[in-house]
Design a protein. Structure first.
Length: 42
């Protein structure tokens, strides 16, 4: 997905989208909410 597509889908729910190439890893990295520490994607 592009940064534009992410913004269109999530709107104001996402504060910032980092633009750039994906890493191509077999397993995606963990995503955490910086404010709460909650794991968003294990």
């Amino acid at each position: 997905m592009s940064a534009t597509e992410i913004t269109e889908i999530f709107g104001d729910e996402v504060a910032y989208v980092v633009k750039g190439d994906l890493g191509g890893n077999a397993k995606p990295s963990t995503i955490r909410d910086l404010a709460t520490g909650k794991i968003m994607r294990p």
